[in-house]
Design a protein around this ligand. Structure first.
Ligand code: ADP
Ligand code: ZN
Length: 608
C-alpha cells in the first residue's frame, strides 16, 4: 500500500489504538469499521466513510488526532454546533478548538496562537474559513496531519443538502498533497459517494459503507387525519420522552407547537422565520433537556448530537427518502429503542407537486418528482419499511424485520383490484380527460350538473361503486395515483390517464392492494424504561439531576458529561469506586477524574 502523509506512531500498534480508545473515550470496543478507519488514517491513507447517524464517526478522527504529531483539521458546516463538538472533545481530554465567523478577531488570533504553539491538536473549521487563501496559507505553515471532512455529502449536487461552499474543498488535495483526507457522511447513496471521492480527489481511499440499518428504530406510517390531534396523542402516549416533530411549513410548525403548548407540553418551534438568536436558544434548550420537544421545519437538526431523542414524528410527507432517513436517524443515537412515525395523507402529494410544478430547472423538477414517487411508494406500498429504506442505500435486507408496522402486522392490507378497475374504466370511457372528482361522481352515481350535461349518467360504470362513499373513492383514486397506476396528463389540474402499470391492473394481470391504516398507534411499551427496577430508576433520576447541575455549572450540554445510556448502566451497576466506575461504558479516565467523585458520592448517598 502506498503511504501518504506523515504518520508518527506505528500504525500497526493496534494495542496502542485500543488503549487510547479505553483511556480517552472510556469504550472497550470499537464500533463496526471504527478500527479500520482509525488505522487507515494513522497509516496516512485517504478514507471515504458512509456510516449511519450515531455510527460513531467523530471518534474516527478524534482518536487519530491524539496520536498524530501534527494538527488535525475537521471541516464541518455546522457552525452553530462547533462549540458543542469542541466541548465534547474537551470533555474527553482532547486539545480542541474551533475557528469560524462567530469568533471575533481577538479570539480567533488567540486560537491561532495556540495552534502555532502546539496547544491545539484538533481544530474545527467552517468551509468558508477554509476557502480563504490567507487561512490556508497559515495552515501550510503548520504541520497538518489530517483533514477530516464531516457531512461530506454536502459537496455533491446529487445529495439532498448541497452546499456551494463545500466545492472549495477540492483545493485541499493540490495544496496539501501529503496530508490524508478522510470524508465522512451519514447519507450518501452510491452516486453521491462517487461524487465525493472525485471532487475531493481522494487517492484510492479506504471506502467504507457502514451498516445503515438502525435496528433500534421502529418505523411506522399512519394515514393523516387531524394531524395535530394525532401528534398530541402520540406525545401523550410517550410521557417524558424527548422528540422532534418535523412539519413542512412554518405555519404548520407554529400550529403544532401551539397545540402542544396549550396542552401543557414543553415544546418550542424552530424555523427559518425566527431570528438566529431565537433559533440558537431553542436548539440549545432542547439539547440541554430544558424543553422536551422541538417542532421544526427541515432546517433543524443537522449534526445535532443529542443522544436521547426517543422519537421523530413527520407531520407531513418528506420530500425524499434520503432526507427522511437522515431525519429519523436523529432518534436513538444512544442505541436504546426509538420510534419514527410518519403521518401521511394524499394532500401532502398535492402540496409537494405544487412546488415541483413551480421549479425552474427541468433536471431539478425531475429529480424532485422521482424523490416524491419513491417517498409515496415507501408510505403506501405495504412492503417492509426497512427493506425499502435500506434499498435506497444499496443495502439488502431480507425483510420480516420485526421493527416496522408492516412486519408487525399493524398494517392491514386489502385487495382493491375491482374498485380500481371500476375507477379506471370510468376514466377510459370518458377519454382520460377528467380529474378525480368527476370520476368519483360517475362511479358513485352522483348526477352532478356536469355528469348530466355530458351524458355520463348513461355510462355502464355509472353508479357501480355506490356501496362506498365519496371520501372512500377519492382516497382510492389518490392511491391509484400514488401507486403510479394513473397519472395526470400534464400539470396539476388536468385529467387522469392510465399508465402501463395501470393497464396491467385494468386487464386483471396484476392485482392492486392498499394499506388500511388504523387511526392511532397502540402505545409501545418502552423496553428500556421498564428494564430498570424501581430503585435503579430512582437513582437514574438522581444521577440525571446531578448531571444537569454539573452541566449548568460548566456551561455545557448534559450529554457532554455522560449519556443517558451511561447513567442508566451506572444506576443499575452502582459502581462504588474509581475502578468499578471505569467499567461503565462511556466513562473514560478524563471524565472519571472530572466527574467521578460527584457521581460516586451521589450513588453512595442514595443508600442501599
Ligand atoms: P455520528 O457522528 O456517526 O452520528 P457520533 O460520533 O456522534 O456519531 O457517536 C454517536 C454516539 O456513539 C456518541 O454518543 C459516542 O460517544 C458513541 N460512541 C462512539 N464510538 C463508540 C464506541 N466505540 N463504543 C461505544 N460508544 C461509542
Ligand atoms: Zn419490516
Amino acid at each position: 500500500m502506498v503511504r501518504y502523509g506523515m504518520p508518527t506512531t506505528d500504525p500497526d500498534n493496534s494495542q496502542g489504538t485500543q488503549e487510547t480508545l479505553r483511556r480517552a473515550f472510556g469504550f472497550d470496543e470499537f464500533r463496526p469499521h471504527q478500527r479500520e478507519i482509525v488505522e487507515a488514517i494513522l497509516a496516512g491513507r485517504d478514507v471515504f466513510a458512509a456510516m449511519p447517524t450515531g455510527g460513531g464517526k467523530s471518534l474516527c478522527y478524534q482518536l487519530p488526532s491524539l496520536r498524530l504529531s501534527g494538527l488535525s483539521v475537521v471541516v464541518s458546516p455546522l457552525i452553530a454546533l462547533m462549540q458543542d463538538q469542541v466541548d465534547g472533545a474537551l470533555a474527553n481530554g482532547l486539545d480542541a478548538a474551533f475557528l469560524n465567523s462567530s469568533l471575533d478577531p481577538v479570539a480567533a488570533r488567540e486560537v491561532w496562537h495556540r495552534v502555532a504553539s502546539g496547544g491545539v491538536r484538533l481544530l474545527y473549521v467552517s468551509p468558508e474559513r477554509l476557502a480563504m487563501d490567507a487561512f490556508r496559507e497559515h495552515l501550510r505553515g503548520t504541520a497538518v496531519s489530517l483533514f477530516a471532512i464531516d457531512e461530506a455529502h454536502c459537496i455533491s449536487e446529487w445529495g439532498h443538502e448541497f452546499r456551494p461552499d463545500y466545492r472549495s474543498l477540492s483545493i485541499l488535495r493540490a495544496e496539501f498533497p501529503g496530508t490524508p483526507i478522510a470524508a465522512f457522511t451519514a447519507t450518501a447513496t452510491p452516486m453521491v459517494q462517487d461524487d465525493v471521492i472525485r471532487l475531493l480527489r481522494l487517492r484510492s481511499p479506504l471506502a467504507i459503507r457502514g451498516d445503515f440499518d438502525r435496528r433500534e428504530i421502529f418505523y411506522r406510517v399512519r394515514r393523516k387525519e387531524r394531524v395535530n390531534d394525532q401528534i398530541l396523542a402520540f406525545v401523550r402516549s410517550h410521557p417524558g420522552q424527548p422528540g422532534i416533530v418535523y412539519r413542512a411549513t412554518r405555519r404548520a410548525s407554529e400550529e403544532t407547537t401551539a397545540k402542544l403548548v396549550s396542552n401543557g407540553i414543553s415544546a418550542a418551534v424552530y424555523h427559518a422565520g425566527l431570528t438566529d438568536r431565537e433559533r440558537r436558544e431553542n436548539q440549545a434548550r432542547f439539547v440541554r433537556d430544558e424543553i422536551r420537544i422541538i417542532v421544526a421545519t427541515i432546517a433543524f437538526g443537522m449534526g445535532i448530537d443529542k443522544s436521547n431523542v426517543r422519537w421523530i414524528i413527520h407531520g407531513d410527507l418528506p420530500r425524499s427518502i434520503e432526507a427522511y432517513y437522515q431525519e429519523t436517524g436523529r432518534a436513538g443515537r444512544d442505541g436504546d429503542p426509538a420510534e419514527a412515525m410518519l403521518f401521511y395523507g394524499p394532500q401532502d402529494i398535492m402540496t409537494i407537486r405544487y412546488h415541483i410544478d413551480r421549479m425552474e430547472s427541468g433536471t431539478e423538477s425531475e429529480r424532485a418528482m422521482r424523490n416524491l414517487q419513491e417517498m409515496i411508494r415507501y408510505a403506501d406500498s405495504g412492503v417492509c419499511r426497512r427493506v425499502q429504506l435500506l434499498a435506497h442505500f444499496a443495502q439488502e435486507h431480507a425483510g420480516d424485520c420485526g421493527g416496522c408496522d408492516v412486519c408487525e402486522g399493524e398494517v392491514a392490507m386489502s385487495d382493491q383490484t375491482i374498485p380500481a378497475q371500476m375507477a379506471m374504466s370510468a376514466m377510459v370511457r370518458t377519454g382520460e380527460r377528467f380529474g378525480a372528482h368527476h370520476i368519483v361522481d360517475i362511479v358513485t352515481g352522483e348526477t352532478s350538473e356536469r355528469v348530466r350535461r355530458l351524458g355520463h349518467d348513461r355510462l355502464p360504470t355509472f353508479g357501480v361503486g355506490s356501496e362506498h362513499d365519496r371520501r372512500w373513492w377519492v382516497r382510492l383514486v389518490q392511491d391509484l395515483e400514488g401507486a403510479g397506476l394513473v397519472r395526470r396528463r400534464d400539470g396539476a389540474k388536468s385529467g387522469l390517464v392510465i399508465t402501463n402499470a395501470g393497464k396491467t391492473v385494468l386487464t386483471g394481470t396484476e392485482r392492486f392492494r392498499t394499506a388500511d391504516r388504523p387511526e392511532q398507534p397502540a402505545p409501545r411499551v418502552k423496553a428500556t424504561e421498564s428494564a430498570l427496577d424501581p430503585q435503579a430508576q430512582r437513582l437514574f433520576e438522581r444521577l440525571r439531576t446531578l448531571r444537569t447541575k454539573l452541566a449548568r455549572e460548566r456551561g455545557v450540554p448534559p450529554y457532554v458529561i455522560f449519556s443517558d445510556r451511561t447513567l442508566r448502566i451506572m444506576a443499575s451497576a452502582r459502581p462504588h469506586d474509581g475502578t468499578t466506575l471505569l467499567d461503565v461504558p462511556g466513562v473514560g479516565e478524563h471524565k472519571a477524574r472530572a466527574y467521578g467523585a460527584d457521581f460516586l458520592e451521589e450513588i453512595r448517598s442514595s443508600g442501599s
